[in-house]
Design a protein around this ligand. Structure first.
Ligand code: CP
Ligand code: NVA
Length: 308
């Protein structure tokens, strides 16, 4: 039976906290969890969940993943705990470290997550910040591997905002040496900090392309991926962004321009008929619901490694 290996980093705050070998190990473990070929007992281990933003998939997949591993979760609702009152992160982190074995945090500022990790003596997991969504990227590459067996010659095209989901895909893609193309309207490119770091990892192979030209980004793509144009916390920009992203919808015309074997991914939740049509979500090329399921398997793998 495959055993979870301890990870070099105590935390999972960024896709960059993993090495390439560790990502492959997590994907292999996730496959074993999915096929019920592995049984790890994390009895008495407790995962604390702190979510400053809404969540369906991340919250529930972590809860179920922990239950399947024999552990339990505690939902630390910021509005009914002292977190919402503004108790300093360094106090909360040190107290929770004494109760919980691992903490997953969804918040706005990535620096707040880093502050938690700095003061926590237990592993901290990024359950989404404004900068990254690394748990999502793990499930995404697992879903891509399920489809294409390996990553050789896979071209992943992300269409939309250079946001947290795009950032983690770029970094994880770089570690896996996958060609990643980002197609976005002018002004919505991912942060140069992320692009520069990814290019260093690719060692200057030109496998990361950032473009405003949708057609060239989609030609030959095996994976078409999108996410909402306005992320949580950007509600006041929605009207402007809806206008600026006009034409960047995954629809049947665009799908026609991709490789014949192309699959469609979306991290969900979606705004149907904005960034993706209803028909594209429901098409036989969509792997969106497998992708959502895979959050649970990859997070079982992650939790078992962080707690081993
Ligand atoms: N994809 C994702 O993280 O979904 P939730 O916001 O529902 O957790
Ligand atoms: N980019 C989106 C992802 C939601 C899972 C957001 O941050 O709202």
């Amino acid at each position: 039976m495959l055993k979870p290996n301890k990870l070099a980093n105590n935390n999972f705050l960024s896709s960059l906290d993993l090495s390439t070998d560790e990502i492959f190990h997590l994907l292999e473990l996730a496959k074993n969890y999915k096929n019920k070929k592995i049984n790890i007992d994390l009895k008495n281990k407790v995962l604390g969940l702190i979510f400053d933003k809404s969540s369906t998939r991340t919250r529930v997949s972590f809860q179920v993943a922990m239950t399947r591993l024999g552990g339990t979760t505690i939902d630390l609702n910021p509005t009914t705990s002292q977190i919402g009152r503004g108790e300093p992160i360094k106090d909360t982190a040190r107290v929770l470290s004494r109760y919980c074995d691992v903490i997953a945090i969804r918040t706005f500022e990535h620096s707040d997550l880093e502050e938690y990790a700095k003061w926590s003596s237990k592993p901290v997991i990024n359950a989404l910040t404004d900068l990254e969504h690394p748990c999502q990227a793990l499930a995404d590459f697992f879903t891509i591997k399920e489809e294409f067996i390996d990553f050789k010659n896979v071209v992943l095209t992300f269409i939309g905002d250079g946001n947290n989901v795009a950032n983690s895909l770029i970094l994880c893609g770089a570690l896996l040496d996958v060609e990643v193309r980002i197609a976005c309207p002018k002004g919505y490119e991912p942060k140069s900090l992320i692009i520069d770091r990814a290019r260093e990892i690719y060692r200057n192979k030109s496998l990361l392309k950032i473009t405003n030209d949708l057609d060239s980004a989609v030609a030959g793509a095996n994976v078409l991926y999108t996410d909402v144009w306005s992320s949580m916390g950007e509600e006041n920009q929605k009207e402007k962004k809806d206008k600026d992203f006009d034409g960047f919808t995954i629809d049947s015309n665009l799908i026609e321009k991709a490789n014949k074997d192309a699959i469609i991914l979306h991290c969900l939740p979606a705004y149907r008929n904005k960034e993706i049509t209803d028909a594209a979500i429901e098409s036989n090329k969509s792997r969106i619901f497998e992708q959502a399921e895979n959050r649970m398997h990859t997070q079982q793998a992650l939790l078992s490694c962080l707690l081993s």
